[in-house]
Design a protein around this ligand. Structure first.
Ligand code: COA
Length: 182
């Protein structure tokens, strides 16, 4: 039997949602079927230059790092992804929040904060004492308890990922860190 390794790509489009089209929002670990929705959110904001683009291979290979926020659409009865973020573990004492995105219809209701706090709980359970991020929305991360710190203090392992970024030579992002209590 021929089993194709790569399915024919299906176009992912940033969903045209409004608040009244959504039911309860739940946060849970991402599954393979969420990747189209995650890609639509992340790459929509990436095209506006506020976060890094992520291709499907990256998302599948790092799927276990991701949490998604989902809701059942009232018009279609189907589940849709309205938020996501990943915790990337870099070392025994350091993890990074990546790919944080919340659909505009769900912003300013505490959802982004809830997702990041759940990632911090993952860190606590894994006994990883520090989480950092590179961001343009420092006010958001400050509201959770992150503080600005000198990026030159980050270990070289961080720069392996940074070196893949198109902004490497002209990075405008702020580095912020959160100390995880025991
Ligand atoms: C950043 C983002 C994830 C925040 O999600 P959210 O669900 O709206 O966040 P919350 O409701 O938990 O925000 C908590 C507080 O953070 C601050 N905040 C949130 N978004 C902010 C923004 N874009 N700019 C400045 N401060 C912000 C506000 O103080 C907010 O409280 P308020 O709504 O009472 O004013 C969302 O705006 C988003 O997806 N933006 C586009 C992608 C992006 O920039 N991702 C971050 C990559 S590092």
């Amino acid at each position: 039997m021929d089993i194709p390794l790569v399915k024919t790509p299906v176009q992912t489009v940033f969903p045209d949602l409004t608040e009244d089209m959504l039911g309860t929002i739940d946060i849970r670990p991402a599954k393979a079927g969420d990747v189209h929705g995650m890609s639509a959110l992340i790459n929509h904001y990436a095209s506006n230059n506020v976060m890094l683009a992520r291709g499907p291979q990256y998302l599948y290979q790092h799927l276990q790092d991701y949490l998604v926020a989902t809701s059942i659409r009232k018009d279609t009865g189907k589940e849709c992804v309205v938020g996501c973020a990943a915790l990337n573990i870099l070392w025994g004492d350091l993890a990074e929040v990546r790919s944080l995105a919340v659909h505009r219809s769900c912003q300013h209701k505490g959802l982004g904060g809830d997702i990041v706090r759940q990632l911090i709980e993952r860190c606590r359970a894994l006994e990883i004492p520090r989480v950092f991020c590179f961001t343009l929305v420092d006010a958001f991360f400050r509201s959770i308890g992150f503080t600005v710190f000198d990026r030159d203090l980050l270990p070289p392992i961080v720069w392996a990922e940074c070196s893949k970024c198109p902004k490497f030579y002209n990075c405008d992002e702020i580095s912020m860190i959160f100390q995880v209590d025991k």
